[in-house]
Design a binder for this molecule. Structure first.
Ligand SMILES: [Zn+2]
Length: 361
């Protein structure tokens, strides 16, 4: 009889601890699965090669104190601005590597936001290195431009060469008003400024949304608070759900108002700013406003260099919802749940002891 009791006890001990061990293994697997997903953004973010197979990619190139962003949607390349002249060669090299890796031979759509050298300084180099199919700019001209015989001419010496290069390129040139362009894999929506009385060329920057594969990317150039107000008027009661926001004007406090951010619900934000820039961009107020608006992560080129984000391969929207920025908290939670599992006492089951005069073992 004693041997029988021992066997019953032994069986239950084994049963109880087997369940606990299985539970612990399942919990650990779930934990590490979530942890891998959670860190996938930063892994992708530093490694171009891991992005190349994704159908929707976003890049913000390091071009000093300037801006150049690339969206790859399927086999279509959309370039927004070309950065500074100083970084043009480097930009073209990185652009070339990314396009080649994606089997893309030309830039399908080039958007030039406004005639400032930090956004169009690299345009000549880009136009000389790559075939460009379509070039877009706002229909509204800067104070230094005028239409002559259907052509835009400028008195801005820095911009003359860019305009010449644009007209020399055998591309379709669009002076755009607010419109939607269906490019197959994606829809590009131009929310261009319409007020013709702008004195600040930054205000010419079109706010552009690119919708593809169920995701939305918003590019803003150096759009100002006034440009944002026009955008909000057109948007009306609607709201957007923006997955990646390229923050306007290098993170300057002159844009990214709370009213604007609350209507577009950005999930991730990217800021293009130069190392040791004299403006001290990005402004702390903008960073605070972005986090207050619910942004999960802000990436800045002056800290990271050229940034690449993969939008589809890591299902980052779901994964990032679980981001814990405090590793100590994650570790504490892990061990807390481990001890909780191990401390669970399983209820005794009488059926093991029915043959022992109904006494519990
Ligand atoms: Zn700028």
């Amino acid at each position: 009889m004693n041997e029988y009791i021992w066997k019953i006890k032994h069986f239950r001990w084994k049963h109880e601890y087997s369940v606990k061990i299985v539970l612990f293994i399942l919990f650990s697997a779930l934990y590490f699965l979530l942890y891998i997903n959670m860190t996938s953004i930063s892994l992708n973010f530093h490694n171009f090669n891991s992005l190349f197979e994704d159908d929707l990619q976003f890049y913000s190139f390091y071009v000093g104190q300037g801006e150049s962003s690339l969206v790859i949607s399927g086999d279509t390349a959309i370039l927004y601005d070309t950065g500074t002249k100083e970084y043009a060669e480097n930009l073209c090299d990185e652009l070339d590597a990314i396009l080649r890796a994606n089997g893309i031979s030309e830039i399908d759509h080039l958007i030039l936001s406004h005639p400032h050298t930090d956004h169009t300084g690299g345009a000549e180099k880009v136009l000389s290195r790559f075939k460009v199919q379509n070039i877009y700019r706002s229909k509204v001209l800067s104070p230094f431009e005028e239409y002559v015989d259907g052509y835009a001419v400028t008195s801005d010496l820095d911009y003359i060469d860019v305009i010449d290069a644009i007209y020399e390129e055998n591309a379709n040139i669009f002076f755009i008003e607010p419109c939607v362009v269906d490019i197959g894999d994606a829809i590009i929506q131009f929310w261009t400024p319409q007020d013709v009385t702008y004195s600040d060329e930054n205000e010419l920057s079109p706010i552009v949304t690119i919708e593809a594969f169920g995701k939305t990317i918003m590019l803003t150039g150096d759009a100002t608070g006034d440009t944002e107000m026009e955008f909000l008027e057109v948007l009306g009661e609607d709201e957007l759900s923006v997955d990646i926001l390229k923050v306007s004007h290098h993170g300057s406090d002159t844009a990214s108002s709370s009213a604007f951010l609350e209507k577009i619900h950005p999930f991730l934000a990217v800021i293009s700013a130069g190392i040791d820039n004299t403006y001290n961009f990005p402004a702390e107020e903008v960073v605070d406003r972005l986090y207050e608006a619910g942004v999960n992560e802000i990436f800045v080129t002056k800290n990271e260099g050229t940034i690449g984000l993969s939008l589809l391969s890591s299902s980052y929207r779901e994964a990032n919802c679980f981001i814990f920025h405090d590793d100590a908290l994650m570790l504490t939670l892990y061990f807390l749940i481990f001890f909780m599992i191990m401390a669970v006492k399983f209820p005794r089951k009488k059926r093991y002891c029915l043959n022992y005069k109904n006494k519990l073992c």
